[in-house]
Design a protein around this ligand. Structure first.
Ligand code: FAD
Length: 314
């Protein structure tokens, strides 16, 4: 085994958050940095398996950090893609109400969107919905021209390339397995050798609570792991969806709802549902003992919400 290399910073996780964090650090500071990714390639988990949608800022509470971040991040993302030639399309989306009960919630979405600076959103009558999406029927709709689709894997790989161009290292196949301290230095045992560093950034996505505990931090929270599954629309029926069709989100669920998404690399998906990773939760519950949260109970409620929305093909 080669001698452990020493860095100023190690970033755990090669998803979009880890690579963006690493890029920002090497661009702003003269430091040595390594990204440690468990899988053989970057963006192998959430980042490379999501809906690929550039969100507009429609949903978030006006004035909140999420709203500001989403609106500014959307434009920063489009600009980054234009600069680096990453596939994207600001195609817009329709949010469609199919029952009278959803109309007040669509009103609220429109109000939030305008308060978040989305001046060009437009309410749609049923016949106007069809102008955007000829095969979609609803009683009321909202046109959101700011939303788009993007190649998030391409974005992440480009961030990583910029990290490397600025002297950083990106190691795949380097799952962090053990953590120790050697005075002020952190020592990480990974599948690709030992790394020593002065600072550590945890960007391990749905594993970040575990990684925090591995490194001796008590995060005071526990991630309840869900998997989102998608149908792929068969080629002969792809024409039924031009771009992006979203439902009005149910206030009882923390998800945007099952949507139809044209993917930037081709194809149309319908999803996601939300499937509880039961085995993982059971193990986590057993491991963490009695915590302040009751993850299994919360998870069962969320899972029920997913099941009513879409049943995946096995
Ligand atoms: C179903 C679904 C659909 C979504 N749709 C969208 C969308 O359309 N638009 C949007 O903007 N957002 C969407 N999101 C959210 C978005 O995908 C996530 O916010 C984002 O990908 C999170 O990035 P991340 O880098 O934190 O996590 P991840 O991409 O999951 O990356 C974490 C990385 O850490 C690595 N890791 C874990 N443990 C270790 C370890 N011990 N050592 C080394 N590496 C480790 C993992 O292998 C992984 O690659 C969606 C999310 C889901 C679940």
């Amino acid at each position: 085994m080669p001698e452990a290399k020493k860095f100023d910073v190690a970033v755990i996780g090669g998803g979009i958050v880890g690579c963006a964090t690493a890029m920002a650090l090497v661009q702003r500071h003269a430091l040595s940095l390594v990204v440690l990714e468990a899988e053989p390639k970057l963006a192998a988990h959430q980042t490379g398996n999501n809906s690929g949608v550039v969100h507009s800022g429609l949903y978030y509470k006006p004035g909140s950090l999420k709203a500001t971040n989403c609106v500014q991040g959307r434009e920063a993302l489009y600009a980054f893609c234009a600069e680096w030639g990453i596939a994207n399309d600001r195609c817009g989306k329709v949010v469609v109400a199919t029952s009278p009960a959803e109309v007040p919630r669509l009103d609220e979405l429109e109000r939030r969107g305008r308060a978040n600076g989305l001046a060009d959103i437009k309410r749609l009558r049923p016949e106007e919905i069809r102008e955007h999406e000829p095969h979609c029927a609803g009683i009321d709709g909202l046109w959101v021209p700011y939303t788009g689709i993007v190649d998030f894997v391409g974005v992440t790989e480009t961030y990583a390339r910029i990290v490397q161009d600025n002297g950083g290292e990106v190691r795949t196949g380097a799952r962090v397995r053990r953590f120790a301290r050697d005075g002020a230095v952190f020592v990480l045992e990974t599948d690709a050798g030992t790394v020593r560093c002065r600072a550590l950034v945890n960007c391990a996505g749905l594993q970040s609570d575990r990684v925090a505990r591995l490194c001796g931090v008590r995060p005071g929270l526990q991630i309840v792991p869900f998997r989102g599954e998608y149908y792929e629309i068969v080629p002969a029926r792809r024409h039924l969806v031009r771009n992006l069709i979203y439902p009005v989100p149910g206030p009882e669920f923390p998800f945007l709802g099952v949507h139809f998404t044209r993917m930037v690399k081709g194809g149309v998906e319908a999803g996601p549902n939300a499937v509880l990773q039961r085995q993982e939760v059971a193990l986590r519950d057993a491991w963490s003992g009695l915590t302040a949260v009751a993850p299994s109970r919360a998870a069962r409620g969320l899972e029920a919400s997913g099941r009513t929305r879409i049943t995946p093909r096995r």
